[in-house]
Design a protein around this ligand. Structure first.
Ligand SMILES: CC(C)=CCC/C(C)=C/CC/C(C)=C/C=C/C(C)=C/C=C/C=C(C)/C=C/C=C(C)/C=C/C=C(C)/C=C/CC(C)(C)O
Ligand SMILES: C[S@@+](CC[C@H](N)C(=O)[O-])C[C@H]1O[C@@H](n2cnc3c(N)ncnc32)[C@H](O)[C@@H]1O
Length: 368
């Protein structure tokens, strides 16, 4: 047995021994560690309750109501149309989670609530979590039952249908709007971390309503921009570009990345939150289609939350693992899994571009 394995055995023996627990909470030097572990474990135990307090604050628009000078219980209870005692329970819960702060008799934005209150993408995701949490009501049953129809799969069933290119605007609108709202923070992260200066034309594959390209456009005024998505989604993007005054700078193409060749002419292609939506075989097909449309020397940037360890570990391995399973398709992948996928299509020089917030996105860059 290696020294490391002996250490693992010893650690597990201690951590599963009631006598060790009794000692560690009594001994002043280990007591702070025990308290920290208690608190971390309690966060896992009560995470659902925390999420529901958060969801209530978002649904009741509490962050807007208290912004500025804060509000008293009596005044908020009137606005929320809730009895005072129930209002106090919710607000005190939110204070304990640092969503709010209580200064004398007024509830104000807490540090986490303040950061959240300006992030429309995360607010939209919190509202959307109602559908995810319904699917996760019985998680073991979900895992045992295999892939099946769920609230989330119904939400984006247009993309999973037999013939997704036939979807119309009503089919694609709710999902495209949600993606657009949550894409702003992703697009800003990519704009800040990737250098677009060396490229002439960027094609965003699965570009949705075009939020990524609209965000990039002012950062890279020299770039010609192209978008590819299902016809009904590309039509929405085209309208949004025209409304934003970018109509002559961006060309939109409708089609399916599984059945239609991607438009040629770009020396840089982006796949933003696309590959993790798909199981290995279709994901490989998409990457291959990108390889085929690029000229020799062309570049792909693949941007999505990845399983990289560190601070982004939980968003990939806990959150997206379950989100995508409930959605019925796809998985989060590590940079190594994605590198293998890219290299097996012919891409080379695959490298991770450091991002400021890996929780929002990682970026893999590859050369044809
Ligand atoms: C001011 C003083 C005195 C001191 C300051 C100290 C200081 C520097 C404080 C920092 C304050 C600050 C700037 C905080 C900023 C916080 C931020 C930016 C927080 C951001 C949080 C982002 C979160 C929680 C993101 C969540 C994202 C989610 C849930 C995304 C879900 C996406 C989904 C489901 C996408 C689905 C797409 C599909 C279908 C899988 O393809
Ligand atoms: C998760 S969204 C990502 C959108 C955007 N890149 C973002 O980050 O917000 C997936 C996108 O892929 C598009 N899509 C799904 N199936 C497609 C297909 N077969 N061909 C082309 N686009 C497709 C969807 O319409 C949607 O816009």
């Amino acid at each position: 047995m290696s020294l490391y394995e002996s250490w693992l055995d010893f650690r597990e023996k201690c951590l599963t021994s009631k006598r060790f627990h009794d000692f560690a909470i009594r001994f002043p030097l280990t007591r702070p560690v025990v308290r920290k572990r208690q608190s971390e474990l309690f966060d896992l135990v009560s995470g659902f309750v925390y999420s529901q307090i958060l969801a209530s604050c978002v649904e009741l628009n509490i962050f807007s109501h208290v912004a500025g000078k804060g509000r008293t219980i009596a005044s908020l209870a009137g606005t929320l149309k809730l009895p005072e005692d129930e209002t106090r329970r919710l607000l005190d819960g939110a204070v304990s989670l640092r969503l709010l702060e209580k200064i004398e008799d007024r509830y104000r934005l807490g540090d986490l609530g303040a950061a959240l209150s300006i992030n429309k993408g995360v607010l939209a995701m919190i509202r959307h979590h109602g559908a995810l949490y319904k699917d996760l009501t019985d998680p073991v049953e979900l895992l045992r039952g295999g892939r099946r129809e769920t609230n989330l799969s119904r939400y984006w069933d247009y993309a999973m249908s037999e013939d997704p290119v036939r979807s119309d605007d009503a089919d694609v609108a709710p999902y495209s709007e949600l993606m657009s709202e949550s894409q702003i923070m992703v697009a800003e992260e990519i704009a800040a971390c990737f250098h677009f200066a060396d490229y002439e034309t960027l094609l965003d594959v699965g570009g949705g309503q075009g939020t990524f390209l609209r965000t990039i456009a002012p950062h890279a005024e020299h770039l010609d921009l192209m978008l590819f998505d299902l016809p009904a989604v590309a039509a929405r993007a085209e309208k949004q570009f025209a409304d934003a005054g970018f109509g002559d700078r961006i060309v939109c193409h409708g089609g399916s990345f599984f059945d239609d060749p991607l438009p040629v002419g770009a020396d840089l292609v982006s796949l933003v939150r696309i590959v993790h939506d798909h199981d290995d075989e279709p994901a490989q097909k998409i990457v291959q289609a990108v390889y085929d449309c690029l000229p020799k020397g062309g570049t792909l940037i693949l941007c999505e939350p990845m399983s990289t360890g560190g601070s982004a570990h939980r968003i990939a391995d806990a959150y997206f693992n379950f989100y995508l399973y409930a959605m019925g398709s796809g998985r989060p992948r590590s940079p190594q899994m994605l590198t293998n996928m890219l290299e097996s299509c012919g891409f080379s020089s695959v490298r991770l571009v450091p991002t400021r917030a890996p929780l929002i996105t990682s970026i893999l860059c590859a050369q044809k």
